[in-house]
Design a protein around this ligand. Structure first.
Ligand code: 7TS
Length: 408
């Protein structure tokens, strides 16, 4: 199915914004939701809303089956070995913090190293920075190529016998580059370190296989992959999750509670304290069915082609700078146009119904590395067409003209 055919599943796209047909180019922030997901959540609330893992009544059993069924869908989607390795969280941010608080802060000592890059989203940066401060571990950065990409040589230079954790993006939400996770995992493991992958921008856009990539932890958010907000996934290898302490305590996650001691449920439930995001899991399950039916390879191929089509035309616009690799990019293009502030640029584009993001994209260390205070970003998903790109290009040309006239 091509993008034009897929659009009919996304009711939100069929509207006018500021008198123009909406062109939604902010899926990197959050994707739109197909009717299959909206209806699955609606059906849950209308027909079988109930708490999970508790009663034996019929609705409770149905809700539990749907919730645990969604876990199995996630397992299969990322090819994990076991549903015990799939933890539902609030999103990528919570998933990474679970590893940092439950695992990293327990094991790190002065002299140990946490290795990352300045490209990371704050969600995969600040938790490690703070863990380093508290534990006395060293916070180290893999040097980047001129275009911001990560080479294996640079990883090899940085990871040492003292490295305990490597934490890296799979696809950057600013540069759109893809890191070689499988090879980075091998380097980390040679040195006895573990690898956490921020998959927030990769799980929605490409096929990921935990057994093939061999990373130790992988994190992602449902809302960037056609699912609801408020739910995400922490994948972890079983032996590491066994060593990770729960970070939220309360109902649902306990085995036995006594006055001075308690024990926890087995995996994955020891990490899911309190009433979980049941409707979110149902929606995520429906999103996975939707993506799987289209095919992740197909989604990746179409998006890469669309990005290439957009880049070719953007490169023709004088004064437009594209950040990150110029070839082989995934799903998003980050740029600046002359000296126009990206917020002004996004405001003018919005007046034409074009939604792009402007700002630091939760990557302030990267903005400093790029020597800019902010950028604009157009991010694409399976429902974007070449017509959307043409509208963006026309919008950029009009913006350039507008600001050219204002400043001349
Ligand atoms: N990591 C990456 C690479 C991201 O792109 C994001 C969200 C996160 C982590 C955090 O995900 P959350 O679901 O926990 O918030 N990125 C963006 C973005 O690029 N624009 O808005 C949110």
């Amino acid at each position: 199915m091509n993008a034009k055919e897929l659009r009919r599943y996304f009711p939100i796209l069929d509207q006018q914004v500021n008198g123009h047909p909406l062109v939604y180019l902010d899926s990197g922030a959050t994707s739109q939701k197909p009717i299959q997901v909206i209806e699955a959540v609606d059906k849950y609330y209308r027909e079988y809303n109930s708490n999970v893992h508790r009663g034996v009544h019929t609705l409770g059993t149905k809700a539990t089956d749907a919730y645990e069924g969604a876990r199995e869908k996630v397992r299969s989607f990322i090819n994990a070995r076991d549903t015990a390795e799939i933890i539902f969280t609030r999103g990528t941010t919570t998933a990474i913090n679970t590893v940092v608080y439950g695992y990293a802060r327990q094991i790190l000592k002065p002299g140990d190293e946490i290795v990352t890059t300045v490209v990371e989203h704050h969600a995969n940066f600040i938790p490690w920075q703070q863990a380093a401060k508290v534990t006395g571990a060293t916070f180290k950065f893999i040097p980047l190529q001129e275009d911001g990409t990560v080479t294996l040589e640079a990883v090899k230079e940085t990871v040492t016998a003292n490295t305990k954790i490597v934490a890296i993006h799979h696809i950057s939400n600013v540069l759109g580059d893809t890191t070689p996770i499988k090879e980075i995992a091998a380097i980390a493991h040679q040195h006895g370190a573990i690898l956490l992958v921020d998959g927030a921008q990769s799980a929605p856009h490409k096929k990921v296989d935990m057994q093939d990539l061999d990373c130790d932890f992988y994190t992602f958010s449902a809302h960037k992959m056609c699912g609801p907000t408020g739910i995400g996934v922490l994948y972890g290898k079983r032996e590491l999750l066994e060593k990770t302490e729960p970070v939220e305590f309360g109902g649902e996650m306990i085995d036995y509670v006594d006055l001075y001691e308690s024990t926890w449920k087995e995996l994955p439930w020891k990490f899911e304290g309190g009433t979980p995001i049941i409707a979110g899991a149902v929606g995520l399950g429906a999103a996975i069915d939707f993506l799987t039916e289209i095919g992740m390879e197909e989604i990746e191929r179409n998006e890469k082609q669309l990005v290439r089509y957009a880049m070719e035309q953007m490169k023709e616009i004088e004064g437009l700078t594209i950040y990150g690799p110029q070839e082989n990019r995934s799903s998003l293009i980050t740029f600046n146009l002359d000296s126009v502030h990206p917020h002004d640029l996004a405001t003018v584009l919005d007046s034409y119904g074009i939604a792009v993001r402007a700002g630091h994209h939760c990557a302030q260390p990267l903005m400093r590395w790029l020597k800019v205070s902010a950028t604009a970003r157009a991010s694409f998903y399976l429902y974007n067409t070449e017509e959307d790109v043409d509208t963006l290009i026309a919008g950029l040309k009009k913006t350039k003209e507008y600001f050219g006239n204002v400043f001349s």
